[in-house]
Design a protein around this ligand. Structure first.
Ligand SMILES: [Zn+2]
Length: 173
């Protein structure tokens, strides 16, 4: 159920907002894929899945005996917040990866057009350009998308998630 795709082990930071624990994110992803029902026992504060006997939330440390009582479903609103966050993140990763590919596409033309030996040999020019695209494109897409896109996307998305969390807190009272 929780197949760990490396790309999903992304950058996180502790900024005081308890959304989203890895366990809650995994749960919501499984629910959205229809692999798990949205029922169980969840922290009444941060909605992290809890075992039937857990008394203190391992993520936000809410005490179920003295604090907010556990709930049986995660509110739809929380699912919406996660959906928006992941959408923003993946958009940044995708576009930054494309940017990396474009840089390799354009940059790879340099040697082909300006090195005389390559300019005069179609085969060598094609080979070199192909290699630059394969290696450079892959590397740049990985670095720009997987590293910078991931971080920038996370920061942008996280700001929205924090704001949504504040609204949720205000509504909950
Ligand atoms: Zn919690």
């Amino acid at each position: 159920m929780h197949d760990s795709v490396p790309a999903e082990q992304r950058f996180r930071e502790d900024d005081g907002c308890p959304l989203f624990s890895q366990a809650l994110e995994d749960h919501l992803v499984a629910v959205s894929r229809g692999e798990a029902p949205n029922r169980g026992r969840f922290c009444g504060n941060c909605y992290t899945p809890l075992s039937p006997t857990t008394e203190v939330c391992p993520h936000c440390h809410e005490d179920t005996r003295t604090g907010r009582k556990p709930v049986t479903t995660v509110p739809d609103e929380v699912m919406d917040i996660l959906r928006a966050q992941r959408k923003t993140e993946s958009r940044w990763v995708t576009w930054m990866a494309y940017l990396g590919l474009i840089i390799a596409l354009v940059g790879g033309l340099g040697p082909v057009l300006f090195i005389p030996a390559l300019k005069s040999s179609l085969i060598w020019a094609t080979l070199v350009y192909g290699l630059i695209l394969l290696i450079g494109g892959r590397t740049l897409a990985g670095v720009l998308g997987g590293y910078y896109g991931d971080r920038i996307g996370y920061e942008r998305a996280r700001a929205n998630t924090r704001a949504a969390w504040e609204r949720l807190l205000a509504e909950r009272g």
